[in-house]
Design a protein around this ligand. Structure first.
Ligand code: NDP
Length: 405
């Protein structure tokens, strides 16, 4: 049985479901049927219509509040999937994992759990499910997006084939796309702004180094984009990579932001619109950041106008056969091509394709195990092959030397 239940109906979900349906249409396995469920069922129906028009595959839809564990459990019991693919928001990770435990069903997501009242990205809440998943004989695959996800696979693939020892890892995430809006985010605005405004943290010589948000900037010339400013940030794969590949002495994550984006963000922060604590407004509590999300463009609506490329990769230094080297593995993705194929922009595409690939590897029995896993714990080779086959081809190059910063 290889039926999947996908939760959430945003841009990432739309891409993943289109990609799964392409495999059903091509009869190349391992997916048999898809049920798409989310809070707003009309969004599921819109995705189902597009999938039918583009691939000829019909999918089921359902309404669900995934925070409601008994309702989520009942939905899984009714649909009987082999795998639940969580593409809702990080807040839903734990309730969906609870429902998977209650029904002994495998689980996959693309972003680690975050409590609503604290912008704190840590795996410990989900790693705490290790024994319960193991005892239930089911698996959870955490972070099967691009970053985390492909970046973790790039690192473990470099380790497997090109290094005896990795010393440093720099993850470079560049979105060179222009959506033509004054201010918008390319994935869920609430999650995006919480991430960007959190203090930066990187891993160095066995310890976390914390610096103020957006305080470290470097210019880097990205292929297919051009020179861009990128900023040191915290990102969740740092925590899992330093845990599972402990030899790495330094792991940093960099993301590009344009000046206009940062100016808008600074103003919004200064006036209190990015706050995540409740404020009273006309007799009721509202969370300013959630209100801001309501007035910003839906990320899924940006596809039509977004032009340009994303360029995300890993630069690693280390030793092979006694020789020091620096390798750069990356993917470049065109926003226009992503939209043409799935009706969604590149950031949704670069996340939705790996969500499909992780699901396929679980369902086909390539990646198996009982417990809670991060991407770098599995064999990277089939994942790397599928990236090339399913729209996210990668390249490897040797650099003259390590980054000079
Ligand atoms: P969107 O905000 O576009 O979509 C989220 C969807 O989840 C919406 O359809 C929303 O419903 C639904 N949802 C929210 N709460 C609930 C709930 N309680 N029950 C059921 N459904 C719910 O987000 P994206 O598609 O941009 O992102 C999806 C996920 O992917 C996020 O977790 C994000 O952090 C992650 N991500 C990961 C990346 C990676 O590389 N690893 C990169 C980008 C994103 P409604 O329509 O009603 O609001």
């Amino acid at each position: 049985m290889s039926k999947v239940l996908v939760i959430g109906a945003g841009g990432v979900s739309s891409v993943a479901v289109h990609k799964m349906a392409q495999l059903i249409a091509a009869e190349t396995g391992p997916f048999s049927e898809i049920t798409l469920a989310s809070r707003t069922v009309s969004k599921c129906e819109a995705i189902a219509e597009s999938v039918k028009a583009r691939t000829g595959v019909a999918i089921e839809t359902a309404q669900i509040d995934a925070d409601d564990v008994p309702a989520m459990t009942a939905l899984i019991e009714q649909v009987q999937p082999a795998l639940v693919v969580n593409l809702a928001l990080p807040y839903q990770d734990l309730p969906i994992m609870d429902a998977c435990l209650a029904t002994s069903t495998d689980y996959l997501d693309t972003a680690n759990y975050e409590p609503r009242d604290e912008a704190k990205f840590e795996y410990r809440w989900q790693w705490d499910y290790q024994d319960r998943f193991k005892d239930a004989g089911i698996m959870a695959l955490l972070g099967s997006g691009f970053d985390p996800g492909v970046t973790s696979i790039f690192t473990s693939w470099l380790k497997k084939h090109h290094f005896d020892r990795i010393d440093t890892v720099d993850i470079l995430d560049c979105n060179g796309g222009d959506h033509g809006q004054h201010f918008a985010t390319n994935f869920n605005p609430e999650i995006n702004i919480r991430e960007v405004t959190a203090p930066a943290r990187h891993w160095e010589n066995g310890d976390w180094v914390e610096t103020p948000a957006l305080s470290h900037k470097q210019e880097f010339d990205f292929e297919a984009v051009g020179p861009k400013n990128m900023y040191l940030m915290y990102h969740e794969e740092i925590e899992s990579l330093k845990t599972h590949i402990p030899e790495i002495k330094r792991i940093r994550f960099w993301m590009t932001f344009g000046d206009a984006y940062l100016t808008h963000l600074e103003v919004l922060q200064n006036v209190g619109m990015t706050r995540i604590d409740p404020v009273m407004y006309e007799g009721r509590e509202i969370i300013p950041l959630q209100f801001l999300k309501a007035v910003l463009p839906e990320p899924a609506s940006l596809g039509e106008t977004t032009k340009g490329n994303t360029n995300i990769g890993v630069i690693a230094t280390g030793e092979k056969d006694g020789v020091q080297k620096t390798l750069y593995v990356k993917n470049i993705c065109s926003h226009e091509a992503a939209f043409e194929e799935t009706g969604n922009q590149g950031v949704s595409y670069t996340t939705g394709v790996p969500a499909m690939i992780g699901s396929a590897l679980i369902l086909s029995g390539n990646w198996t195990g009982d417990g809670v896993f991060n991407m770098e714990e599995f064999d990277p080779d089939p994942f790397m092959d599928m990236l090339n086959e399913h729209g996210l081809p990668w390249t490897l190059e040797e650099l003259d030397g390590p980054l000079e910063f």
